[in-house]
Design a protein around this ligand. Structure first.
Ligand SMILES: *Cc1c(COP(=O)(O)O)cnc(C)c1O
Length: 234
């Protein structure tokens, strides 16, 4: 398994480098979050052995035991990338480093309240609905300014940028404007000069669309399949 993972890892890193070079960007600007959902801890260990540090999961009940498994590993950085349930936030903030999928103010307030009890600052990304599909999760683009304004100066929440999931289609020219929208929203908000928000990241791009996302300015891609193989579920 180590060999398979190593091959996939090398080819993923090469894909990222190539995409960056093709559009004149520095590959070091792009962080890869390895999304290990549904995959066993042995596979995470195999990627970890290659020196990789950022890992993501989309369900609290799966993330918690995996974080516990790696509790002695002080270098590993955990991201929650999936739908947030308010009642689970109190468990999450005890150990997670990043929450990449925060859709609204209510969730930010809960994160701040719970994180203050354990005195941990949580890095978060605001998930924006960029694909214009009703069932997609996230803040509507027009509601973003108000959300950021209302959440500036929270003591235990550091808003690091925006996250978006594009439509699941093969045509890059359909997803490109969606990624571009996220980049433009970030730029608009950066110019406002918030007090505590540190708006620098664009988490966009997955196995199927990471090249377009990188061309459009992604600084964080979330990759599962290219690294861990196809999933049976989840
Ligand atoms: C599963 C998942 C990914 C990774 O998807 P792949 O297409 O397997 O690379 C990225 N982001 C989120 C939010 C996910 O749930």
């Amino acid at each position: 398994m180590q060999d398979t993972i190593e091959l996939r890892y090398t080819s993923l890193i090469n894909r990222v480098k190539k995409a960056c070079i093709n559009c004149g960007r520095n590959p070091e600007e792009v962080t890869v979050v390895a999304v290990s959902k549904t995959k066993p801890v042995e596979m995470i260990e195999a990627v970890r052995k290659l020196g990789h540090r950022h890992f993501g999961e989309n369900k609290v009940q799966e993330l918690m035991p995996k974080m516990d498994h790696f509790s002695d590993d002080t270098e590993i950085i955990w991201h929650m990338v999936g739908g947030l349930q308010t009642n689970k936030i109190k468990y999450l903030v005890e150990e997670v480093d990043w929450i990449d999928s925060v859709p609204k103010l209510k969730a930010l307030k809960e994160i701040n309240k719970r994180a203050s009890k354990v005195k941990r600052e949580i890095k978060v990304l605001i998930q924006v609905n960029i694909s214009d599909e009703d069932q997609k999760f996230g803040c509507e683009p027009e509601d973003l300014p108000e959300l950021l304004k209302a959440s500036d100066n929270m003591k235990y929440v550091r808003v690091m940028g925006l996250m978006g999931i594009a439509s699941f289609v093969d045509d890059p020219e359909i997803v490109r404007p969606q990624f571009r929208l996220l980049r433009e929203l970030l730029k608009q908000e950066q110019e406002k000069g918030y007090e505590t928000h540190d708006l620098r990241h664009l988490s966009m791009g997955m196995t199927g669309d990471l090249e377009v996302a990188i061309e459009e300015g992604s600084t964080m891609i979330r990759v599962g399949t290219a690294l861990f193989g196809e999933r049976d579920y989840g």
